[in-house]
Design a protein around this ligand. Structure first.
Ligand code: UGB
Length: 598
């Protein structure tokens, strides 16, 4: 302790706390005062950051870690006393009257919503070097995920404003949770693209800090093997978003401004915004405090399952159970086959896609009690069955979807299931792992992520009456996918099915080899026969009607070798590129009414 005398009072307090919590080993091999003083201070500065960025501070982190490590060593099941059963939720079918009604009530509420994107993950499973939100969502237009998300929020808020006649339009807030791994690149992506049309003040970046690693069952903080003045750290998980939002003061700011909803979403799901209006409509109509969006899930698929858990003491909750826990839980509670598909061909437990809609008032009430801390878990990898030593250091983790775990039984927690093709096509797996996914299960790769966009857009237009050719099956990067016509539109063209129906009139057809890109907001298609590539763009003040027979060589989807080192990584990870041979491009740059008949 004598070494600490050279330090400030705050640093001394932190040192004391560390000694009291059994972390004396951090200082054991410190040389005498005067030697390595700057390094010693750097360690205490790191301790100070670890302490301030964790709700309840480091002492609380160490206490929880000890408890969870003891549970893990004893093999205690976190679901002890709970019986799982299939919960019931709202099931949506795209395009039916119910869906359209929910979309309408959802859109109205968007101007009372704030959006939160969790984008602190590096995407180790994908193995992509850059940040995932910068990846093209589809390569027909090259729009990246972040651009699509921002444009969707802007267009939804515009549509919402139209409903709320007379009220002044609010800038719908967007928060992006970043981490040291993603912060700089995310900021740079926004700044170099003028925030994709949002006001810079509308977007707030909140950076999550990593948490301390633990070296043993006693929760001794792990020192970096190459630097005795540095504690090893690792990500704490997306659950950090709740404490960050709470401590930032934004929740209160939003409440004071009259907002009512907070919508959370993940970094690479290009379909999500097609389901958001209806899902928000469900929250509004059912007055859900928590609504999580789900899709049918194949048994053992690597996404969590929404499950109803009933405890022997009467407690009940509807919560996500991670995929690696669902199967053992079912087996331990009288389902000898574990997680298996039922007669629908899917697991009876809907798949969690981590799109959560929380009602702001009850959310603030809850966080005022918890400070935003979320029930954590630990996953140590032991050296052997004595469970006394770890293979490598471990840490506490938390997930944003575990938020409802601390809620009182009176909380209205629900979920909304919608079709996979409409709502869920994340880009998480690298080509090698995706190619190994059992046949029939989703690949969750860049290949499937992009082809899913074309499928969804084709299916939506088909539902609106457009004759769309059937897809062809092709294999890219070892994955068999359906290739539909490459149809893409900007969110400002349509954010709901009603928008589509208003802009898609009679007698349209699109062949399988075709590409249709609609960029302008007031473009109507009628009597269009497309067999090639057509791109229509216009200023917002132009009303454009497009039709006639358009035929050209078009844009081809061509397979590429994923190991071709000269191709950009964004192309290699999808295994194909768009070869632009011939297209008809129409641009209307002046206000007015225009009619184009090919
Ligand atoms: N993320 C962060 O912002 N910070 C972190 O520390 C970690 C991640 P992954 P995961 O939708 O398929 C989740 O790694 O956690 C962001 C659900 O738990 O892609 O393995 C990250 O940037 C699971 O139930 O997913 O699995 C990304 O945006 C299931 O729903 C997001 O958090 C699964 O997602 C998710 O991170 C799924």
């Amino acid at each position: 302790q004598k070494n600490l005398l050279i330090l400030s009072p705050e640093q001394i307090d932190l040192g004391k706390m560390l000694l009291e919590t059994g972390q004396g080993h951090l200082f054991e091999s410190w040389p005498d005062p005067g030697v390595d003083d700057d390094e010693k201070k750097a360690l205490l500065a790191q301790v100070s950051l670890l302490n301030s960025s964790y709700p309840g501070g480091l002492a609380s982190y160490i206490k929880t870690a000890r408890e969870l490590l003891a549970d893990s060593k004893a093999g205690r099941n976190p679901f002890d006393g709970f019986t799982p059963s299939v919960p019931s939720g709202e099931v949506l079918t795209f395009g039916d009257d119910n869906f359209i009604q929910y979309e309408e009530s959802g859109v109205k509420e968007v101007q009372n919503a704030a959006f939160v994107l969790v984008a602190g993950g590096l995407g180790e499973r994908l193995g992509y070097k850059g940040i995932k939100v910068a990846l093209p969502m589809e390569t027909t237009t090259g729009t990246c995920f972040l651009q699509h998300y921002i444009e969707s929020i802007l267009s939804l808020s515009q549509a919402s404003h139209k409903h709320a006649q007379g009220e002044s339009q609010r800038d719908v807030p967007l928060v992006i949770m970043t981490s040291d791994d993603t912060h700089g690149h995310t900021l740079q992506l926004l700044e170099s693209n003028s925030y994709f049309g949002m006001k810079p003040t509308q977007v707030k970046l909140l950076k999550q800090e990593k948490v301390a690693c633990l070296a043993d069952n006693d929760a001794k903080l792990a020192l970096d093997p190459n630097n005795q003045y540095k504690i090893q750290t690792k990500p704490h998980g997306h659950g950090d978003v709740h404490s960050l939002l709470y401590s930032s003061g934004l929740l209160k700011e939003w409440k004071d401004a009259g907002l009512r909803w907070v919508l959370f979403f993940q970094d690479t799901n290009g379909l999500l915004f097609k389901a958001i209006p209806a899902a928000l409509g469900v929250s509004v109509t059912k007055e859900y405090h928590v609504n999580s969006l789900a899709v049918p899930r194949k048994a053992k698929e690597a996404i969590g399952g929404i499950t109803k858990l009933t405890h022997t003491d009467g407690r009940e909750m509807v919560i996500n159970v991670e995929y690696n826990q669902l199967d053992p839980l079912l087996r331990a509670t009288g389902h000898p086959d574990g997680d298996v598909n039922c007669e629908t061909g899917y697991s009876p437990y809907p798949g969690n896609i981590n799109q959560l809609i929380l009602e702001l008032g009850p959310y603030i009430d809850e966080l005022s009690k918890t400070g935003g801390s979320i029930k954590e878990f630990i996953n140590p990898k032991y050296k052997d069955s004595t469970k006394t030593e770890f293979k490598s250091s471990t840490r506490l983790e938390c997930m944003m979807q575990d938020y409802p775990k601390t809620l009182p039984p009176t909380a209205r927690v629900g979920f909304t299931v919608t079709e996979i093709w409409l709502a869920y096509a994340p880009v998480k797996n690298n080509p090698e792992d995706a190619a190994k996914v059992p046949k029939g299960n989703p690949y969750h790769s860049a290949t499937s992520g992009e082809t899913a966009i074309y499928r969804a857009n084709s299916m939506i237009l088909k539902k609106a009456g457009v004759k769309i050719d059937d897809p062809v099956t092709q294999v890219f990067n070892g994955q068999e996918v359906e290739v539909w016509s490459r149809i893409v539109w900007k969110p400002k063209w349509a954010v709901t099915f009603s928008d589509i129906k208003n802009k898609v009139k009679e007698n349209n057809s699109v062949s399988q080899k075709s590409t249709l890109v609609i960029k302008g907001s007031n473009v109507v298609i009628e009597d269009l026969k497309l067999n090639g590539a057509l791109i229509v763009d216009s200023v917002d003040e132009a009303e454009v009607k497009v039709g006639g027979s358009v035929s050209n060589s078009g844009w081809m989807i061509e397979s590429v070798d994923k190991d071709h080192s000269e191709l950009p990584e964004e192309v290699r990870i999808r295994g194909f590129e768009i070869k632009k041979v011939e297209q008809l491009e129409k641009f209307y740059g002046e206000p007015g009414n225009f009619c184009f008949k090919a």
